[in-house]
Design a protein around this ligand. Structure first.
Ligand SMILES: [Zn+2]
Length: 349
């Protein structure tokens, strides 16, 4: 039996098993939610863009016990999980704070934001694709620029080059906007929104569902732009942060699967390249502080006292605590001739 046949046989077996399970009884909503939670989370390492390792053509789709998760088999003997978007789209994340015209659909005051969020950028059933693999323009970084705030990064390109959706999601905005030119804004299942500006052409419209890697438009120079480039933003709760926190655009990789987004990344001057150095430095300082604290704690733990009882002499105590009379005198500010009073606490170490 060749590999392809084995794959199909295994697939059919999996299908048969799962099918048998699903026909026995209906799963409750709670069980389905639980199944969603136990999707294996792979180890933390950079995620290659899915266009770099593009799978073959899909040949079949299998159900799993989680009705939202399907298995897609490809003609190159590979398979992957696929999340059916219909249930996702019904969730509040895609109905509440939904505005097909404005860059910020949330309108949350900065003071009401939490201090940080842990965000699973991708899991086994979702993918990442680098929107455009390239080098960020030296003057196209995130942060203050000519007295204004640059809310994203700029990737120079040639007009007409394909621009890919970073993650699966629902298109919230696709229109011409002052400054952005033709812009597509996508809200993703991980809670982030991504912006793609200055497009020469948009392939999607508001409320469309897009998969990670789908070509949502073509690069261009529309709006406030001096040459063809992609203006790309990542936002959470309406606030922009440097996309480089999560994406290495030169390698086309997602830096991590689990991203701890800190509120401070939304600040005017926050920038991945500077803050990352600062954070490393902070971590080093934290380690140093921890070590100093540990030493202090160990020193405190090493201090020992002895309560003077009848018959105790400095000589006897020195032997008992493996020290010297001289040291005992130093520790307690006494002389060798000092008479030890009963009940007195002497430091012996
Ligand atoms: Zn820009």
């Amino acid at each position: 039996m060749n590999r392809k046949l084995i794959t199909i046989a295994v697939g059919l077996l999996a299908f048969a098993t799962l099918h048998a399970q699903t026909t026995e009884r209906k799963f409750t909503k709670k069980e389905i939610e639980k199944a969603e939670l136990i999707i294996p989370r792979p180890a933390l390492h950079p995620i290659k863009s899915s266009i770099i390792s593009c799978p073959g053509d899909p040949i079949d789709t299998l159900d799993t016990i989680n009705e939202q998760i399907k298995i897609i088999l490809f003609n190159d003997n590979t398979w992957k999980y696929w999340k059916d978007p219909s249930m996702t789209l019904a969730k509040e994340d895609f109905t509440k704070n939904w505005n097909t015209d404005a860059p910020d659909a949330y309108g949350i005051p900065y003071s009401e934001l939490e201090s940080q969020w842990s965000i699973w950028l991708v899991d086994d059933a979702s993918e990442f694709c680098c929107p455009y693999v390239g080098t960020i323009h030296p003057r196209g970084k995130f942060g203050p620029r000519r007295g204004r705030r640059h809310q994203g990064i700029d990737l120079p390109l040639s007009t007409g080059e394909p621009i890919h959706a970073a993650f699966a999601g629902k298109v919230r905005v696709s229109k011409y906007m002052h400054g952005y030119g033709n812009v597509v804004i996508i809200r993703h299942t991980n809670g982030l929104e991504t912006f793609y500006g200055h497009l020469s052409k948009s392939n999607v419209k508001a409320d469309d569902w897009v998969e990670a890697g789908q070509v949502i438009g073509l690069g261009g120079s529309t709006g406030r732009s001096t040459g063809p480039h992609l203006h790309f933003e990542t936002r959470h709760k309406g606030y922009a942060f440097d996309p480089q926190w999560i994406i290495d655009f030169q390698k086309g990789e997602l830096r991590k699967q689990l991203f701890v987004l800190k509120k401070k990344y939304f600040q005017q001057t926050s920038n991945y390249e500077q803050d990352f150095e600062d954070e490393l430095k902070n971590e080093e300082d934290d380690v140093k502080e921890d070590e100093a604290a540990k030493k202090a704690a160990a020193a405190a733990a090493a201090i020992q006292y002895h309560t003077v009882r009848s018959g105790d002499t400095l000589g006897k105590l020195a032997v008992k605590y493996h020290t010297t009379v001289k040291k005992l005198c130093q520790l307690n500010g006494i002389k060798e001739t000092t008479i030890l009073q009963l009940g007195r606490k002497l430091r012996v170490k």
